[in-house]
Design a protein around this ligand. Sequence first.
Ligand code: PMP
Length: 285
Amino acid sequence: RTVFVNGAYVPENEAKISIFDRGFLMADGVYEVTSVLQGKLIDFEGHAVRLERSLNELDMGMPCTMDELLEIHRELVRVNEIDEGLVYLQITRGSDGDRDFAFPDPETTKPTLVLFTQSKPGMANSAASQKGAKIISIEDIRWGRRDIKTVQLLYPSMGKMMAKKVGCDDAWMVEEGFVTEGTSNNAYIVKGNKIITRGLSNDILHGITRAAVLRMAKEAQMEVEERSFTIEEAKEADEAFTTSASAFVMPVVEIDGATMGDGTPGPIAKRLREIYLDESLKKAI
Ligand code: PMP
């Protein structure tokens, strides 16, 4: 694979980052994941806008222009011949060659920019999405700025492992009795024709897929209600699903051992997945 590191395209085994990089030492960095379908980027602009916001919130600068960023994405997709897959992008605060809690001087320390691709053939029609996901609930003990897409992913990783350990696929996190989001996705329930998902705040990541799916749901005359819900309410809902750039719309078929409906992906989740894939592909660049 060819990857991009600080201005250069290099083979992955030749890519180098300082051991003092604050991304490595302190998880001082942000990231984005943009999916690729038919060799095209899905909602690049949405990801670019959120990236800029994440950087602003952490007093970090953009290491290049958005046009350059798009060009790097496209070039990596091209040279690595990605038909279906992802482009991962990470920007960390870099390093001034030592370890210190205080941020280094931004005048002399440049951020580190890394991008690589992951090929995922069959992603648009994955077996996992046809089967649906089994979910457990866990307490949300993450920090209070989940709206910033930082690389601090230890607790979400642990959540996934907790799910795997009991034969499930993923975990929904719960704070003060209400579901915040999944380990790497936004969470939804469906009651009748109504789609219910938590409103935006610092408590959750403002999903790019969430924004697109809610817009498309409204356009398809479905009702959308942005409010918090409990695991008890979710278990009794007609359907549940998650959204993320890498899994699109993923039906949920089990929550804490309770089967959703007949245990197969619900009609609204399936329909939203189709609409999302269709519409996003039309606008892909
Ligand atoms: N919440 C969390 C915690 C996530 O990690 C992600 C995916 N990175 C999402 C939601 C979904 O966001 P998006 O649709 O932009 O991928």
